[in-house]
Design a protein. Structure first.
Length: 367
């Protein structure tokens, strides 16, 4: 490349953000003005429960059949990053969940069933002697966002404790499906993924991978079954096109306890329908992250009010907030959802004993 050409290229790249800024600002301002919490709630209520059972794959892409959701464009993301203002106090910015040390030894000493928060959406659950692991990520980054508190266990310690594990993957986003973590977990692990991810995950040193569609059930043994259920989200990776694979929530039904894993989702009537078709849910793991700015996030992530409403729709006994306090993914500080949920419980006189806001490394006995 000639020096003059190189200089011209550098100047053009430097000017590009300035040239795009009016367009990006106009797009983001329009979307902000158009968004209304009231209108969004009405839009959700207008959807029909029967549409949750409709086909959701067309033209080699999965989609949400009960509501038309506009795909986010590059300019939308740029508008969010450049023009969404935040107003958080220094304590709100600094707050993070506590990390309880010596997790490996504490697990060895505990008797009975338990739930352990490793961090983000990664939970280790022991039920009737069987281990379950959700959306495992032990890495220092979720592609780009850096991990803030460390995981309760590193991958080496995990593999020393757990020899056989059932792994549940909600979708292909990097903070839920981490290649490095998956490749280091035992090759014989039984893995459950939404449709479109089986071959991809088998390339992560996994041999026993089961792909599932919404409303499909899998008998896991000892009287237990796993049901793949709808969620309102999307999928994308660098080497997988948008919505080439499905996204999902799950219900694990065992003789002793029933657990709902929400994955990532915006608020939708699916919570109500799942609660109707599968009553007596004990624990609901509800996503509480990346919900600001609302004009950008509302269809794909719930705010605290919606997460609590989804929990009530499910009719579950206990609410476990997930995905907060580990990576900075939305405009809100990483630990803010924990504070936000605590304030919501107090403001609305909710029973605090039903909300299990865990510390990283906390081991919650299953009653």
């Amino acid at each position: 490349m000639k020096p003059s050409t190189a200089i011209c290229f550098i100047v053009c790249m430097a000017l590009l953000p300035m040239l795009l800024m009016p367009v990006v600002s106009s797009c983001s301002s329009r979307d902000k003005k158009q968004f209304s919490e009231t209108q969004w709630a009405l839009q959700v209520e207008e959807t029909k429960a029967k549409d949750l059972y409709l086909p959701h794959y067309r033209n080699k892409k999965f989609f949400v059949p009960w509501m038309k959701i506009k795909d986010k464009r590059f300019l939308d993301v740029l508008g969010w990053k450049l023009f969404s203002k935040t107003n958080y106090t220094n304590p709100e910015k600094a707050f993070l969940p506590r990390v309880i040390p010596d997790t490996e030894n504490r697990i060895k000493q505990i008797q009975g069933d338990f739930i352990l928060w490793i961090g983000h959406n990664t939970f280790l659950i022991r039920i009737d002697g069987a281990y379950w692991l959700t959306d495992p990520i032990f890495s220092k980054r979720a592609l780009l966002p850096a991990r803030l508190p460390p995981p309760a266990l590193d991958i080496e310690a995990f593999n020393r404790i757990v020899k056989d594990v059932n792994i549940v993957i909600s979708h292909n986003h990097y903070d839920h499906l981490d290649r490095s973590s998956m490749k280091q977990l035992p090759p014989h692990s039984r893995v459950f993924v939404p449709n479109g991810l089986k071959n991809y995950v088998m390339g992560m040193n996994k041999r026993n991978v089961h792909a599932m569609d919404w409303w499909e059930s899998f008998e896991t043994g000892k009287g237990s079954r796993l049901i793949c259920l709808p969620a309102q989200h999307w999928s994308l990776r660098i080497n997988q096109r948008r919505n080439q694979s499905l996204w999902a929530s799950y219900l694990l039904i065992t003789p002793s306890v029933t657990l709902y894993f929400g994955g990532d989702s915006g608020y939708f009537k699916g919570f109500r329908e799942i609660g109707r078709t599968h009553p007596k849910i004990d624990y609901a793991f509800m996503a509480t992250t990346a919900y600001h700015p609302r004009w950008f996030m509302h269809a794909q992530h719930m705010n605290i009010e919606e997460a609590v409403k989804g929990f009530e729709d499910l009719g579950a006994n206990y609410f476990i907030p997930t995905q907060w306090g580990t990576f900075h993914l939305g405009s809100e500080p990483a630990g803010f959802p924990g504070l936000d949920l605590t304030r919501h419980i107090k403001k609305n006189n909710l029973d605090p004993s039903r909300f299990k806001i865990m510390d990283i490394g906390q081991i919650l006995p299953i009653n």
